[in-house]
Ligand binder design. Structure first.
Ligand SMILES: Nc1ncnc2c1ncn2[C@@H]1O[C@H](COP(=O)(O)OP(=O)(O)OP(=O)(O)O)[C@@H](O)[C@H]1O
Length: 539
């Protein structure tokens, strides 16, 4: 067994002690051999080899006693060595056992550790994988963060700018805040006023609802007034046609007056021309008379001359006298003619004045007629305007009423029982008499179960074709006013569709809706033609 260097040094020291024949049980024995029979001594290999190769030395070869003692000493030491070795071996065995146990324990621990290390390794590898993933994600994050950082740096720069701006903004905002607070207070005031308004609106709403109820009641009165206005319209139209007739007669009168005026004017012109001619004649006669007077004067002067100068004969004088007399008679004649002409002129002038007066009168009359005509034209235009406005209002009212009644309206007509139908069938149908269903409701009974239906109007079996048409004619009027209207009949076989739409052939009183509608259309077409309306019909 080879010991450690420190053990060897110690055993050498112990052996030297043994060899030096001192105390064989040194105090410095190994702990393992403490309390052993060899007294805690330790032997190294060299010690054992030295012990084995030791040869007992005796000064006297034949001193057996000494040799025997030496041998005993030697054997003692050998025994001690052997014991030490045995103890050592035991201790080594124990140590080995202990070490083996420890080794096993360590091995176990090692296995455990290995398993745990494997587990740990697996864990670690998974952790590493995870970490790698984390690393990758972290790297990604890092790159992102770097990008973010860059962006953050940019944004920081922007932020600093923004901060400056925001500071400025804050200043303006504080101003705005003050303004907003003011506005808030004013808004609060407005809200309170709006609340007041809301209350008022609610009140208004209730009043509107009341008004709506009133309007509905008014609607019925309006429909009555509409009928009345339609009657008025008819009378108005009559009046208008009478006015038109009057207007035409006035026109004719005006034309005849104008013609007579033209004639008078022509007469006046003729008379004035005559007067001018007469005046010219008169002037001529006057000129002639003046000329003749001059001649008479000349002749009388000549007679005087002749009388004075007596150179001429009496016959010549007589001739001259005769001439003078002739001339005088001529002059007289002409003066008479002048008188006559003057009288005629006077008459013509009086006639001219009279014709002037009559012309003035006819002019004044024609002016009056013109005024009357223009007044009538204005009244006619006004009446036509009123008529158009009335027509528009009527259309509006009519169609508003129809809209209020409903754009889609369903009427139900129950025909009377036919001779071959049993009277028990009539008991199936009854008509409710409650306020809201009166004239609109119908109750049917089947297997003791009552089924109630409500329509816009229910026509009972005794209703006439005329009654149905009264409802339909409003829709025809609507179509004539330019609205699109569709009327159709729907019902089971034998329920009375053909009867309602076409009527009974050969019975004028029972003509159906289609002929009645056509009559209404053609009548309206004709009556509105005078108002300038033109209808084109296509089938
Ligand atoms: N209101 C009424 N008053 C009197 N007789 C009526 C009335 N309604 C329908 N009738 C009569 O009932 C019968 C059947 O009516 P109608 O032919 O109009 O029915 P319909 O619904 O047109 O039938 P289908 O779908 O087979 O053509 C006819 O003889 C008709 O004269």
């Amino acid at each position: 067994m080879v010991g450690t260097t420190t053990a060897r040094a110690r055993s050498r020291e112990a052996f030297s002690v043994v060899n030096s024949g001192q105390d064989l049980c040194p105090s410095s024995a190994p702990a393992s051999n403490a309390g052993s029979e060899c007294g805690g001594m330790e032997f190294s290999r060299e010690d054992v080899d030295a012990l084995l190769s030791e040869r007992p030395k005796s000064k006297n070869k034949f001193n057996y006693k000494e040799r025997c003692e030496n041998m005993q000493e030697y054997i003692k030491r050998l025994r001690l060595c052997i014991k030490w070795f045995q103890e050592l071996e035991d201790s080594f065995l124990q140590e080995q056992e202990r070490l083996r146990n420890a080794l096993n324990y360590v091995q176990q621990r090692l296995d455990e550790l290995e398993v745990s290390s494997q587990n740990k390794e697996e864990e670690l590898s998974s952790i590493i994988v995870e970490l790698r993933k984390n690393l990758a994600s972290a790297q990604e994050k890092l790159t992102k963060e770097q990008a973010d950082k860059l962006a953050a740096v940019d944004s920081l720069a922007k932020e600093s700018e923004g901060r400056l701006n925001s500071e400025r903004l804050q200043a303006s905002l504080s101003e705005d805040l003050a303004k907003a607070q003011q506005e808030l207070s004013s808004a609060n005031q407005r809200i309170s006023s709006i609340n007041d308004m809301y209350k008022r609106l609610q009140e208004y709403n209730t009043s509107l609802q009341q008004y709506n109820c009133k309007l509905q009641s008014d609607l019925s009165t309006a429909s009555e007034s509409l009928k009345k206005s339609e009657k008025d319209k008819a009378t108005f139209l009559e009046e208008l046609s009478a006015l038109r007739g009057h207007h035409n007669s006035l026109k004719e009168q005006f034309a005849s007056v104008k013609a007579s005026q033209d004639e008078a004017m022509k007469q006046k012109e003729v008379l004035s021309n005559e007067v001018v001619c007469l005046r010219g004649d008169l002037q001529q006669v006057r000129d002639e008379r003046d000329r003749h007077r001059g001649q008479v004067e000349d002749l009388s002067a000549e007679v005087v001359k002749y009388k004075e100068f007596t150179g001429k004969s009496c016959s010549e004088l007589d001739n001259l006298t005769l001439k003078s007399n002739e001339l005088e008679t001529k002059c007289l004649c002409q003066s008479e003619q002048i008188k006559i002409l003057q009288d005629r002129l006077m008459v013509a002038e009086t006639r001219l004045e009279a014709s002037d007066l009559s012309a003035l009168e006819t002019r004044a009359e024609s002016e009056e007629r013109k005024k009357l005509l223009s007044e009538l034209q204005i009244r006619l235009a006004d009446a036509e305007f009123k008529l158009i406005e009335g027509e528009k209002l009527r259309k509006k009212l009519h169609n508003t009423i129809l809209e209020l009644k409903g754009n889609i309206r369903v009427f139900c007509r129950v025909r009377p029982l036919l001779p071959d139908e049993s009277s028990s069938e009539a008991k199936v149908i009854s008509y409710p008499t409650s306020m809201e269903a009166l004239g609109r409701g119908i109750d049917l009974v089947q297997n003791g179960q009552k089924y109630s239906f409500t329509f816009d109007k229910v026509f009972m079996p005794d209703s006439l074709q005329e009654d149905v048409f009264v409802e339909i004619s409003q829709l025809v009027q609507s179509a004539l006013d330019g609205y699109k209207v569709c009327i159709f009949a729907y019902g089971q076989t034998g329920s009375g569709k053909t009867y309602t739409m076409m009527g009974r052939p050969g019975h004028v009183d029972e003509k159906g809706l289609i002929p009645r509608c056509l009559e209404q259309i053609f009548q309206t077409k004709q009556s509105l033609q005078s108002q300038g309306w033109k209808y084109e019909l296509q089938a």
